[in-house]
Design a protein around this ligand. Sequence first.
Ligand code: BES
Ligand code: ZN
Ligand code: ZN
Length: 495
Amino acid sequence: MHVFKMRIKTQGSIKKTQLLCAFVLEDSNKITGLPKFDTKTSSSINQSLKDMRGKLGKLTIIPISGKKQAQRILLAGIGKKENLTNDTIRFVSGKIAQKARELQLKEFSIIIPPTFVSDSISSISQIIEGSKMSLYKFEKFKTEKTNKSPDLTIIVSKSDKISKAVKVAEAVAEGAIFTKSIANLPPNECTPTTLANFAKDISKKNKMKCTIISQPELKKKGFGGITAVGKGSKNEPKLIVMEHNHGSKTQKPIVLVGKAVTFDTGGISLKPGQGMDEMKFDKCGGCTVLGIMKSVSELKLPINVVGIIPSVENMPGGEAYRPGDIIKMYNGKTAEILNTDAEGRLILADALAYGEKQYTPKAIIDFATLTGACIIALGNNVAAIVSNNEQLTKKITNSSKTTTEEIWELPLTQDYMDMIKSDVADIKNVGIGRAAGTITAAAFLKSAIKDTPWVHVDIAGVAWTQGAATKEKPYNPKGATGFGVRLILDYLQKL
Ligand code: BES
Ligand code: ZN
Ligand code: ZN
């Protein structure tokens, strides 16, 4: 993977940097944090400031001659003060970092913005997340790689108390990058076994307990959903379980569940060919959980967290499950299969029931690229959430405001539960026609758990960039976005 080093320095100690970057508000006539330059240099900086006017996302570079603290100054517009959002510094830092790489620099420095823009701890997180994530590029399979990523120095006014914030922000950004890097893998290079190996790797490095449940045992233990979906592929299903135990023994854990269909052909209810390649991203929920577990364990958060990833490949092989089949799920309920392309809810329901039974958790949160209907409802910039608990929903919504991973709640009343009742089994794996597809899928998940507080996050629209419908952000270059990693890490840190 690419290299990126981070340093923190205080204002007085700027020695020599190839690019010194400062954020400027729209129509502002001063720049905070720049060192003193001679009159000539200062007047050319002021002229550039007048020209660029601090428009959001605008970058202006001013070459500096002579032996100065910086070879160039970069002024980065952050727009009007009243329009500043939580994402502004992340967004603009990403642009700056990509500019520095384009210029083939070895390093660049960013002056932390004034506190009326963002408090210094948030600024640091946003600069690190924005620039780190923007410098990630999926080029494992490219013979020629882009330039090495430049190192970043953040210039702060006082350096006390921020080293922890730096450590956290780096681990968070690295978690998201890790998620992207495995989610981007092609389906021939990433099977359930590959994901299990990634889980083993991070668990070994960070001392987590890691259990992989394989095919014969899955069948024996009654994971009817995972077994049914996995049957059509030569690549056998796996149930991946990671345990981070850094809380007290009596503290109930948070259970995170993620759908990891390494490729979703639809099975016997085969999907159309157009765009089917994108179904390599049907493992994104599981990759999100892997990324979160990596960061949680690296940061040694003082809590108990369990990550559960049901992983299968949904293929139409000779032994594939069929529409019409009736299967018995892990919780004992029977399910009628009406569409083999509605496979995610089957493997998730097993994993949710297992998580609840095995760990009696404080809360369960699941991530899944579950329904195309979610994209119809909310598009590609907002994820759907469905929950059985207001308090938990509030907390996740709060974190979403901090991390700018946007979510919107859909209702789940008894009427929707009724829509998945089957004539021949307890429940069926599709609702009534296409109506409320995201909610009826969530209804299936809800039927798998008893009363544990639960939030389901449908990331079908947001887990990877989907053309022009996805809002362009420098920290989300083409491909997987790592949606959910920063969100849940924020929630877990606030516990
Ligand atoms: N993985 C898909 C959902 C999906 C589709 C995610 C497009 C992202 C983009 C899921 O397994 C699926 O195929 N769901 C079906 C359910 C239907 C058959 C009830 C869908 O959404 O069409
Ligand atoms: Zn499907
Ligand atoms: Zn799927």
